[in-house]
Design a protein around this ligand. Sequence first.
Ligand SMILES: [Zn+2]
Length: 511
Amino acid sequence: MSSLDTLKARLLEVDDLSNAAALLRWDQTTYMPPEGAPARGRQLATLSRLAHELFTNAETGRLLDAAAKETASLPFDADDASLVRVTRRNWEQSVKMPTALVAEFQEHSALSYQAWTEARPKNDFAAVRPLLEKTLELSRRTADCFPGYQHIADPLIDFSDYGMKASSVKQLFSELRAKLVPIVRAITSRPVADESCIRQHAPEADQLGFGVEVIRRFGYDFARGRQDKTHHPFMTKFSLGDIRITTRVREDEITDALFSTLHECGHALYELGIDRAYEGTPLANGTSSGVHESQSRLWENLVGRSRGFWEFFYPRLQQVFAKQLQGVPLDAFYKAVNRVERSLIRTDADEVTYNLHVMLRFDLELDLLEGKVAVKDLARVWRERFEADFGIPVPDDKNGVLQDVHWYGGPIGGAFQGYTLGNILSAQFFATAVKAHPGIPGEVKKGEFGTLHGWLRDNIYKHGAKFTAPELIQRVTGGPLTIGPYLDYLWGKYQPLYGLREEERLGAGVA
Ligand SMILES: [Zn+2]
């Protein structure tokens, strides 16, 4: 047996342990009764400790060295050469972290998540504050395993968006903010779109049923997946044959569950499209949180909030919600699902203001890690900054610092930049797909998604984590990540919707 085969067998065991942990986490966030939390935290700690020990021990290092020699003559993009390269990178990252710290963080995150699910509806930031303080301490200790960083957030950003740094994200965000703010100002100087047609009672079963109908057409394979309800929707994978999504439903808005379902379906299509030969290896993953998010946002927004999509699906939705949507024209509905306004909740935010929510969180993560903001002041600082950025007061912590699961279920640092990277990339990838296949928008109008899905699978999904995000973006689009296509997309869509004038794009003539 070659060293490469021995390495693969070992990676498969690591993968089994990690996926058992993922299944326990899925259960915790869907069906587990609350009092299961302490044992669940311990179980996750045990599994992550075993996985980490197995992956980081010296024998894995020796196998990697030997496998590197065996694959030295293969081209860069050969599967086996890529497996060794990507595994080596993960291994070098993992060996720097003590197993005890990894296990402690897992256990703490499980407890903290449980506390958050109870604290958020009660609006009780004080209940999670000590846990959040511990999260910050653990996040700093994790970052400190990688001495020599420029910014303490850099190692944490590296975990989710390899190759990005606090400085490069800051630079990108400031360029984007400068271009977005004039568009937000121009739109919000117009009357707010009427959303009363979607703000109507809509039974849960009907919302879920419609969502499932759409994602079947997108290509979500229920033989390899399922959908359940949760607090904060997510996608998870236990193998390439079992890729699940979760959603949430508020019955006071017709499209509430739908867009969350489309979003998570986008994440799932990425993982479902990975070459099944990569099963059980580090290649069987999305390559970065930014690229992952580009797929959820592409299917949710560039497809699911497009006019062409609704030309096909609106008559169908009108059948499902006959009483609510009778007499509501397509244009009124299309405007309602694309209303732009400054609002409190990131996950409900429109495509234009969404990134401002991300930037606020990213800045707060840096300030927390740097010690510029203390956890005890976080709720107050959140309210102050939100009001400064959005011009609306935050009525309570439920709608403020408690709204997102991230800091209560994982590290502080690296948790948010991927959302905006994803928005930018969603437009860059979509523009590239349409350039290759100009018929795609016409097919969307007919409820057909095969060409788009096939292009994404062949160019992005099937590679899994074989290429880093910068390598993949270059290969797919012929250039590096750039904000141009995203800004063109937003302007092309919202200029006619809100009757904006060309000079408003640059901020001229607007107070
Ligand atoms: Zn997402």
